[in-house]
Design a protein around this ligand. Structure first.
Ligand code: CTP
Ligand code: MG
Length: 357
């Protein structure tokens, strides 16, 4: 058969295989129901300490990039400005309350740099692996960046969700999704995929939501949160009507190109990935040196090996956890993936299995 025909057949096979790969890894409706019940229960308890408090989900439970058994990220928002509770005290109080009133395994960390409560829910029929849950306080930026990710996913769910979900699984299986061990957070991986779809692909698969002007004028006050500009175009109905990408590449083609771009083209030593602004230089951001954040060990350092700008907190490098060895491993994985997909094995489904081995 002609090599071009074989190649096209492989690409269409790869796209179909990606959809079938991801589908059984999505959370079950039972899992989502239990998570929502847990959130409601904890919120009710927290309101007994502070009636104006609300408990919101963020992260993969609600950005549409959730996998089965993924952890639950929750945040307490206190709406009453008179409620003068500092996060450490609040964390300690919530910790005591949950220990008293529930049978969750509770671990409050009031003294951590960012005070949180860690919870573990035991396994049950609807939750065969239990759930790990982190509760933070007043992290409003996380709610906004979760909404940004969700809006991007909603524009083109078939391609965007499939790519992100597959790459999250790949990164976990290849062990490059461990910020505590010198590699990337899921959030960092997701930003890399969106950066690729907005700024690298020509024509782009997605518009830059932070650069689309609002339909009606909005005030400075509406735009700002904790001193950051958190504006993005979030009218999903309007986006569905007005935005149609003229990039028709299949999810399989996009995956191959994603790996190829980060194997050969992206300049890790000098460049910053910015979803907000496109590729930037490390020099222009002053991200050329590592910063010691106090402490004796290697981990007590914010690094600028791999630079991913947070969409709203633009002075914050989301990939600051990536060490020299971590980056070496990550780049090696991009190259391995490119090799596997371009050597074009007989069947795409086998290539995916090999990728995630
Ligand atoms: N977050 C952040 N800054 C980081 C890491 C995370 O603001 N450096 C926030 C983001 O709102 C992100 C959420 O924390 O959506 C959860 O991060 P993470 O656990 O990395 O991503 P998830 O999408 O929840 O992935 P997983 O399913 O692996 O938990
Ligand atoms: Mg999470």
């Amino acid at each position: 058969m002609h090599p071009g025909v074989l190649h096209r057949r492989f690409l269409s096979d790869l796209s179909t295989s990606l959809f079938s790969f991801v589908l059984p890894l999505l959370p079950t409706s039972e899992e989502l129901t239990i998570k929502e019940e847990v959130r409601t229960l904890i919120e009710k308890l927290i309101k007994t300490i502070e009636p104006s408090a609300r408990l919101l989900s963020f992260g993969s439970s609600c950005n549409s990039f959730g996998l089965r058994n993924s952890d639950m990220d929750l945040v307490v928002l206190i709406d009453d400005p008179e409620a003068a509770l500092d996060p450490s005290t609040f964390v300690a109080m919530i910790g005591d309350l949950l220990e008293r009133e529930t049978n969750f395994d509770v671990k409050p960390l009031p003294k951590a740099r960012i005070p949180i409560i860690k919870l573990n829910l035991a396994a049950s029929p609807g939750l065969p692996f239990g759930i790990a849950c982190d509760i933070g306080i007043e992290n409003r930026l996380a709610i906004e960046n979760t909404r940004l990710l969700l809006t991007y996913a909603t524009i083109d769910p078939a391609r965007v969700r499939t790519l992100v979900l597959f790459l999250k699984v790949w990164a976990k299986r290849r062990r490059i999704n461990s910020p505590y061990r010198g590699t990337l957070s899921s959030y960092g991986i997701t930003l890399m995929v969106l950066f690729f779809l907005v700024h690298v692909k020509q024509p782009p698969v997605l518009p830059n939501l932070q650069r689309i002007a609002p339909i009606r004028p909005i005030t400075e006050e509406e735009m700002m949160l904790e001193g950051r500009n958190v504006y993005f175009f979030d009218d999903v109905e309007m986006l569905r009507q007005e935005w149609s990408s003229i990039n028709f590449e299949s999810v399989g083609e996009l995956l191959i190109d994603f790996f190829r771009y980060f194997s050969h083209d992206f300049q890790f030593n000098t460049m910053v990935l910015s979803l907000r602004a496109g590729p930037l230089t490390k020099e222009s951001k002053g991200w050329t040196n590592d910063i010691d954040v106090g402490g004796l060990n290697e981990m007590a350092r914010d690094r600028n090996r791999l630079c991913i700008e947070d969409p709203f907190e633009i002075t914050y490098n989301v990939a600051r956890t990536v060490t020299k060895d971590g980056l070496y491993t990550i780049r090696g994985e991009f190259m391995r993936a490119t090799r596997i997909l371009t050597q074009r094995p007989e069947r795409a489904v086998l290539a995916l299995a090999e990728l995630c081995r």
